[in-house]
Ligand binder design. Structure first.
Ligand code: SAH
Length: 431
């Protein structure tokens, strides 16, 4: 079958109609070109050995997975992806300057337009309403997990904070913002695209108000019935770590009357939960002065200030000191930043995780609980589990597994995209 490029067709003054060899697999439909950016003008054919991963649900296509590209797509354009045998595998956006050359947006033959984004956002919102009906602040769009690779939207009450992580999303920002406004009707939309990974996409950081009026910052959100301040302008990431929402509630049966150490406490969310669930006393440690000040305000805001104290310190040093000083705790929470920022750093990261877990275990009373987390997606749950057991061996402690968890369901994991699962949260008891 002859394939006529839509660009050629429009040069001849025709209404561009592109009949693709893959058409049979997508129902004999002909596509009508309306918008160069939302209907695929180009096609990529994959190398056979990479098809399976994509057919099985992965959304990323690396430069090296592509046999050939036809149609001369510009960076950010929509592109259709085919198997070597000409089966249509999906439609995504293209960035020749990124290692991940294509990210799929849909497996259907449909335009990537306002209606597409509005539908995806509606579905994402419906999922949160189903799995966390009482929450008013949550991650509304989790990139690949919501089939919108490269887009993060956090909802803090009636304020949306967006991150456009890829060129493909960046060029569609106006359509996406309009769709968010239509579906969510937020009071304000604020952009926090100040993430290092944008550099891999050839993009500069961008921060600023996009729509509406931001309430004075820090603003207050509710999580699990407790109040927390969030600064969407100055805070880390988009201001708050929503992914631990469910894991924080797991403290409830563990901390009654307990002396708790919350390491890497940020704005004190685990601490506030622990106190709310009956902890006798909480010590929080974080290297960020702003985070520690916010943590102090957060315990006070919830009427729990007299049983908490927070310290600005390097966790690695402070844990050693606490051990030397003979301090002991009934529960230690470890929620460090991602030590492994890339595959190459997994070994060094494992040493960091082992060190903090070893120190934490040494501080635990018999019968005490270790709540230990890793948000490095380069470290698998098995690897992380092994690191903790290794630390336990060195600390001469034996552990019972209380729970093994991941990220809250507003960060949905795609079975076909293992990278969407990044958070590990294991709870052990020292026996
Ligand atoms: N537990 C927090 C989130 C932790 S994010 C919550 O529930 O909200 C990781 C935190 O570790 C950040 O606040 C960061 O400031 C802090 N941090 C990074 N390196 C550190 C170090 N070496 N010592 C202490 N804190 C550190």
């Amino acid at each position: 079958m002859a394939v006529e490029s839509p660009k050629a067709a429009s040069r001849r003054g025709n209404r561009a109609v592109w009949t693709l060899p893959g058409e049979r697999d997508i129902g004999f439909r002909k596509r009508t070109l309306r918008d160069e950016r939302n209907i695929a003008m180009a096609r990529a054919t994959l190398r056979p050995k990479h098809e399976r991963r994509v057919a099985a649900g992965h959304l990323w296509i690396y430069q090296g997975n592509i046999e050939r590209i036809e149609g001369d797509p510009a960076p950010g354009d929509v592109i259709d992806v085919f198997s070597a045998r000409g089966e249509f595998l999906g439609r995504g956006y293209y960035n020749p300057h990124s290692q991940i050359a294509i990210r799929l947006l849909t497996r259907d033959d449909r335009p990537i337009d306002h209606a597409f984004f509005a539908e995806r956002i509606r579905k994402a919102q419906a999922w949160r309403a189903r799995v966390m009906p009482d929450q008013t602040s949550y991650r509304l769009i989790y990139s690949e997990g919501d089939l919108l690779p490269g887009l993060i939207v956090d909802r803090y009450e009636d304020v949306l904070v967006v991150q456009f992580l890829t060129l493909g999303m960046e060029v569609r920002r106006d359509e996406i913002i309009a769709a968010l406004e239509e579906v969510v009707e937020p009071r304000a939309v604020f952009e926090r695209s100040d993430v290092a990974s944008r550099r891999h996409e050839g993009l500069e950081p961008r921060v600023g108000l996009l729509r509406g009026e931001l309430p004075p910052q820090p603003m207050t959100i509710t999580e699990n019935g407790l109040a927390f301040e969030v600064d969407v302008v100055e805070g880390q990431k988009t201001g708050y770590f929503l992914d631990q929402k469910v894991n924080r509630t797991l403290l409830a049966p563990l901390v009654e009357g307990a002396r708790v150490l919350d390491v890497f406490c940020h704005t004190g969310s685990f601490s506030v939960h622990a106190l709310h669930y009956g902890a006798r006393e909480v010590t929080g440690i974080d290297s960020s002065e702003q985070a520690v000040a916010a943590a102090q305000r957060n315990v006070e805001r919830n009427g729990l200030g007299d049983r908490a104290r927070f310290e600005v310190a390097n966790a690695f040093d402070r844990l050693r000191e606490l051990e030397r000083e003979g301090e002991r705790f009934d529960c230690v929470i470890l929620d460090p930043p991602a030590f492994a920022k890339g595959k190459a750093h997994v070994e060094a990261a494992a040493r960091g995780y082992k060190e903090v877990n070893l120190r934490a275990l040494k501080l635990l009373e018999p019968g005490g609980f270790l709540v230990t987390c890793s948000c490095s997606h380069h470290m698998s749950p098995d690897e992380f589990y092994a690191v903790v057991l290794d630390a336990a061996l060195d600390a001469r402690k034996h552990l019972r597994v209380v729970d093994t968890r991941g990220q809250a369901p507003d960060h949905p994991v795609l079975a076909g995209v293992p990278e969407t699962a990044y958070l590990k949260c294991f709870i052990f008891q020292v026996i």
